[in-house]
Design a protein around this ligand. Structure first.
Ligand code: ZN
Ligand code: ZN
Length: 271
């Protein structure tokens, strides 16, 4: 049983609820732990990331709920660093490292915002070549993991977020799969935990979590550690699609996921 989530957003960024509301939702679900992972401030697009001046209050709020609910649930203070932001690490219990934005020729594109933005990025910055964007995106993922060594590698193939409704990449093609798998093989060498993220399901973009099945297969072959996370932006999403994701992972041969405890990361049986 998965009774933890380490990818949680709040009102400090694009989430709907306060840290305390998220804790109460986690308690109502019988969670053992909950980790907060607000977006670290990103200087580029205004709508991405926490406002720098809110950072202190975010840390204070999470520490307060950690203390208040001690003995009932383990609360962890994390941060989701983007590849292009100042990397925050000191004072945090863990980090998630993700690539959300692409900055090309003076324009900034948020790749997990809307299908139209990803398409505009392909048309304007990559001459209409979707695979060129895929190559560039995965190169940034590799660089981010190598340089910044996040504890958790966030939504590894987030560029496929809109695939269920809008065709952008031929994710079945050998070319795309080779690009993604080459990046995965490389990134897996640095020891991070890969998250299986259900956030696009709760927000209506996808019917299955990411990464895609062929990436899960390779993660299993590599023996890379994984975790299940909700990328929750509201209380109702805190364990979205977790039972189905457990079944999906078992079908791919996984038996355990990484779980954060007060003593560090440990392995928890999926069943
Ligand atoms: Zn993210
Ligand atoms: Zn997130």
């Amino acid at each position: 049983m998965v009774r933890s989530n380490l990818h949680t957003h709040t009102i400090y960024c694009d989430g709907e609820n306060t840290p305390e509301e998220m804790v109460l939702a986690a308690l109502s679900k019988g969670f053992r732990s909950l980790g907060f992972s607000e977006h670290a401030p990103i200087v580029l697009p205004e709508e991405c990331g926490m406002i720098t001046t809110d950072l202190t209050q975010y840390v204070k709020d999470v520490k307060e709920v950690k203390e208040k609910y001690k003995g009932r649930i383990d609360i962890f203070l994390g941060i989701e660093n983007d590849a292009f932001c100042t990397q925050l690490k000191d004072g945090f219990d863990y980090t998630i490292g993700s690539v959300h934005v692409m900055s090309e020729n003076g324009s900034v594109y948020c790749l997990d915002d809307k299908a139209e933005i990803t398409q505009a990025c392909i048309d304007e910055a990559f001459g209409g070549d979707a695979m060129a964007l895929a190559k560039r995106y995965y190169r940034e993922v590799m660089r981010n993991v190598e340089e910044n060594r996040p504890d958790i590698v966030g939504h590894f193939d987030v560029i496929t977020k809109f695939q269920d409704s809008t065709y952008i990449f031929d994710t079945e093609s050998k070319q795309y799969r080779n690009i993604a798998l080459e990046a995965l093989d490389y990134a897996a060498e640095f020891g991070g935990i890969f998250e299986v993220n259900t956030g696009a399901i709760s927000r209506g973009y996808r019917k299955t979590p990411y990464p895609g099945s062929f990436i899960l297969q390779r993660l299993k072959e590599l023996g890379a550690p994984i975790t299940i996370s909700a990328d929750a932006h509201s209380t109702d999403a805190i364990d979205c699609f977790f039972p189905e994701t457990v079944e999906l992972l078992i079908a791919h041969g996984f038996t355990h996921i990484a779980e954060l405890t007060p003593h560090g990361f440990t392995e928890t049986a999926l069943r």
